[in-house]
Design a binder for this molecule. Structure first.
Ligand SMILES: C[S@@+](CC[C@H](N)C(=O)[O-])C[C@H]1O[C@@H](n2cnc3c(N)ncnc32)[C@H](O)[C@@H]1O
Length: 300
């Protein structure tokens, strides 16, 4: 029996998690997969509930599935990111909830009922599936999970045929990577994302021996000598705007490229990437600027 599970990043000062708790966040490479944990095998679970309704209900339902009857659940979330709706969500599963508020968060405690309601339906609603609008596998909670992001669409449209060995940094479910692999002169493509769910979908979507798909943090990669990098860099970390993350992606791309190697990226117009691009690359040129997005070609 697993003693305690922790879903989501640790929140020291907000919740105390016993030493030895098993980490199950999809955004922490190396942690366990909540969906793979056996029914009724857990004594207690602490869940930082995601903000999206379908994703949140999926995670709460999975937590109730893995808890033993009577096992304790603590679910919490920032007030402005779904915390105010947590109690109702848990009551919908048949839980008797006690709630308190502290430091802009809501905390809901419940014992797992003997027969929680509607758990299977919530798990089915949040599970990976083929999304017809994308023509690809995806899952609620993954970046732009059920529609092609307009920035990625722009980059896909304008990307020239690339050659040699490259990487797609923050590959998501692999839509940009599929476009890269359409070039027969691409010999290898490392597709990397920090989201396990995206990586699992990319494995379905990129059935190509030239693609290797990795669940990893781009900031910790040590590849070098690549011919090209493509990316739609994230600028949110855990739902909060974090421009440093995009800047870290630019630095990582530059480190991974050989001299003369090329990086194609798309960025929201308002993001000030000119200075970090100028610092990391020999040359960076805006190839298109429309619809709120810039497509940039940077050469090392
Ligand atoms: C703007 S999305 C682009 C996704 C995909 N390339 C597309 O075009 O649809 C950025 C992606 O970066 C991933 N990501 C965020 N931080 C990361 C990190 N530190 N390392 C690797 N991937 C990261 C996110 O999970 C997300 O899938």
């Amino acid at each position: 029996m697993t003693a305690v599970l922790l879903y989501g990043a640790p929140a020291p000062g907000l919740v105390e998690v016993p030493a030895g708790a098993v980490q199950v966040s999809p955004l922490m490479p190396g942690s366990q997969d909540l969906a793979a944990i056996a029914d009724g095998s857990v004594d207690a679970a602490t869940v930082l509930a995601p903000g999206g309704t379908v994703e949140r209900d999926y995670v709460l339902a999975q937590a109730l599935r893995v808890l033993r009857p009577g096992g304790s659940l603590l679910a919490f979330a920032p007030k402005d990111k779904g915390g105010g709706r947590l109690r109702k969500a848990l009551e919908g599963f048949g839980c008797a909830v006690s709630e308190d508020a502290r430091r802009h968060h809501r905390f809901c405690r419940a014992a797992r009922p003997a027969e929680p309601r509607d758990v299977d339906a919530a798990i089915a609603a949040g599970a990976p599936r083929r999304v017809p609008a994308l023509g690809a596998w995806s899952q609620p909670g993954v970046f732009s999970w059920d529609r092609l992001d307009p920035g990625s669409a722009r980059l896909i449209e304008l990307l020239p045929a690339l050659k040699g060995q490259g990487a797609d940094l923050g590959c998501g479910v692999g839509l940009l990577a599929a476009r890269v692999l359409a070039s027969p002169e691409v010999t290898a493509l490392a597709c990397v994302d920090i989201d396990r769910r995206a990586v699992a979908c990319a494995e379905h979507n990129l059935d190509d021996p030239r693609a290797t798909i990795r669940w990893a943090d781009v900031r910790q990669m040590d590849e070098v000598g690549l011919d090209f990098v493509v990316m739609n860099p994230p600028f949110h970390d855990g739902g909060t705007e974090d421009r440093d993350l995009g800047v870290a992606f630019i630095g990582a791309a530059a480190r991974m490229l050989r001299k003369g190697g090329v990086c194609w990226l798309v960025a929201n117009r308002h993001l000030p990437y000119e200075a970090p691009l100028a610092a990391a690359f020999a040359k960076a040129e805006v190839r298109a600027d429309a619809g709120g997005y810039k497509i940039i070609e940077a050469r090392k």
